[in-house]
Ligand binder design. Structure first.
Ligand code: ADP
Ligand code: NI
Length: 219
């Protein structure tokens, strides 16, 4: 990245930190920070535009639909307004907005505007942050925020929900593992992402085994 690009990245960091102050702790600035750093790391193994990757990672959750009555246009619109105010070339703006629009797990059955390694990288980074120890912490943070039950053996998981069903699901946090978290490892795009996902996946499986034995009072 050249100096001008680094400056824009810094302005974006300030903007995102300000916008997300007070957000639920699974979706706050620190989630963005982790995804940004992970995306940089994954990008090192790929032939990608690091400027687009950084801006995409920083802006990817600028206004999550689930905290805005399901409105999925707010995030991309805010990102677009911000990017235009930075006087960036049109191809950079298009590349970043392609990430902001299509990164989300709930949109996994939709095709992006165009294929892009930068989108694949940010997607892997975002998915990794939903796995492993951090993924577990985020799931219970979100479940608590929503007042959900941690676990209920009488409610079966539904791993094949449509997008609308997924958005409206009020299922338990343990079920969320089967409806999303354990599906992520087979959805990774890059080699680095796949490798890191394998490790985080095994950690979640171990956590679940321990959780069930404690639930039954066996350990
Ligand atoms: P995306 O932003 O890619 O659409 P989500 O919003 O579904 O993905 O997930 C963002 C974070 O919130 C993840 O860490 C995810 O595990 C957590 N989360 C989302 N839905 C639930 C849920 N029903 N129960 C527990 N955690 C959830
Ligand atoms: Ni995210």
């Amino acid at each position: 990245m050249n100096d001008r690009e680094k400056q824009v990245v810094e302005r974006t960091v300030d903007f995102v930190r300000r916008e997300l102050s007070g957000a639920e702790s699974g979706h706050d600035w620190w989630h963005i920070f982790r995804v940004w750093k992970l995306a940089e790391r994954i990008a090192r193994g790929e032939d990608a535009d690091l400027f687009v990757v950084s801006l995409g990672a920083l802006l990817h959750d600028i206004a999550d639909a689930k905290f805005h009555d399901g409105d999925e246009t707010i995030g991309p619109r805010m990102a677009e307004t911000f990017l235009h105010a930075q006087y960036l070339p049109e191809n950079i703006i298009t590349g970043v907005l392609n990430i902001v629009r299509f990164v989300s797990f709930k949109n996994r059955k939709e095709k992006p505007a165009f294929p892009s390694i930068e989108l694949q990288i940010v997607q892997d980074a975002d998915r990794l942050d939903a796995m492993g120890a951090l993924g577990i912490a985020r799931a219970f943070s979100y479940g608590g925020f929503k007042g959900r039950e941690m676990y209920n053996p009488d409610i079966a998981p539904a791993p094949d929900m449509s997008k609308e069903e997924y958005k409206q699901s009020e299922s338990t946090t343990i079920n969320h593992f089967y409806e999303k978290l354990l599906l992520l490892k087979d959805m990774m795009n890059t080699d680095t992402g796949k490798k890191m996902a394998g490790q985080r996946h095994r950690f979640m499986e171990k956590f679940l085994r321990q959780f069930y034995s404690e639930w039954e009072g066996k350990r």
